[in-house]
Design a protein around this ligand. Sequence first.
Ligand code: 5AD
Length: 486
Amino acid sequence: MNRVFIKTYGCQMNERDSEAVAAMLRARGYRIVQDENACDVMLLNTCSVRDMAEQKAIGKAGYLSQRKKRNPRFVIGILGCMAQNRGAALLDALPDVDLIVGTQKFHQVPDHLDNLRAAQEAGAVLPTRIVDIAEEAGSQNTIKDHLLPQDEPGRAGTPLPADASGSQPSTLNSQPGSGSEPLPQVTAFVSIQQGCNMDCAFCIVPKTRGDERSRPMDEIVRECEELADRGVREITLLGQIVTSYGRRDYQHTGGVSPFVQLLERVNAISGIRRIRFTSPHPRGFKDDLVAAYGRLEKLCEYVHLPMQSGSDRILRLMNRPYSRDRYRQIVDDLRRVRPDMYFSTDIIVGFPGETAEDFEQTRALFEACNYDMAYIFKYSIRSGTPAAELADQVPDEVKEERNQILLRLLEQNSDRRNATLLGTTQEVLVEGPDKKGLGYMGRTRGNRIVHFAAHERLIGELVPVKINRASTAVLYGELELAGVEP
Ligand code: 5AD
């Protein structure tokens, strides 16, 4: 039972956690497989931020019970936020689940699987279940392993334990269309922090991810350097509230916050060509961070800045300590420093008590900020959060109507932005073959996906691409490289 399939729900943080679990499992001799029908262990790394995300994972786990009926040795694990949020209670609805591992215990997954395997081999008849959702001091430092193609067994630099000698290369990072040699990984997520103390009234994250804890700056920088040495060119720093990074552990120096100090240090790593981060909080988006966009050349001019609502009254009810004016000021300040700045945001429509007038405030601010991308969510009741207790829940049809209004605006913005890009030449970081294997894909500094014809040897390079066509979500173009045949 050493073939593991990991299915990830939710945010980039969850993707990063899954990658680290995969790397740890592989170092233990497990195989990470791409085909969910060909695994012995299925791990669902879950999300709790909205009810829909939980229902999807519960549905999947329920469906997997049939597979366990056919093969009692098949192992089902639930990891991450929903495991943390619901704990052993999940077993009431999902009695066939073997393993429940919370957000501070990802690094224990290999031990738990080893133990389940040992119990099976010892002929355990009763279901053997493991539930591990305790808090653990220092757990923010345990998400550090990366799964890179260079880790393939038999390649230099990464000795595998003896019992892994028969294992096959993992396919988690290999790209469709590639030959037998794994392609280099060009972009990587790096976790800088876990948890959040902001207590937004709608949000389950303080419960699922715990208190805000930062990783030591030196360790983060070392991880980025190692990634750069292995060919990674773009780093996305991840945390629930990155603007608070290190606030308890490091001093401001010369008016520069610990987060900006971290950006400076990553900017100084020679192999790294681009830096992104997600998510900041408007409250912590101070002038030093705005100014960083004018002086750190690797910091991409793309900012994801969650607005949530454009109504001061709703922001107060949400316990979001900023005003619509302050939010607008940050956007304007950033555009002054970088007139070519791209913006994205998170919006919740239908927060309890949101009136037509409140929504109009959101719509107007949304329009004024001219987002390139936005994640628009219908408010979802999360039990245990303060907003779940509020009267005046908004009917679903109203939420849907408001959702559609913002989606239409977003589509117009995106089309307008694309029109300005047509005919221009953009700097694109070549990430690899596109999903259909027809050509290659990469991103502009503004985070737009571009498809174009290229060659494998350009993976990891910054290349000029002339944009000649666009759909709402994707750009198409041609390499503008003298002497390079696509
Ligand atoms: N309902 C709807 N959306 C939510 N989000 C967080 N909690 C909820 C909820 N209860 C959204 C916020 C956040 C994003 C990750 O998810 O917009 O920024």
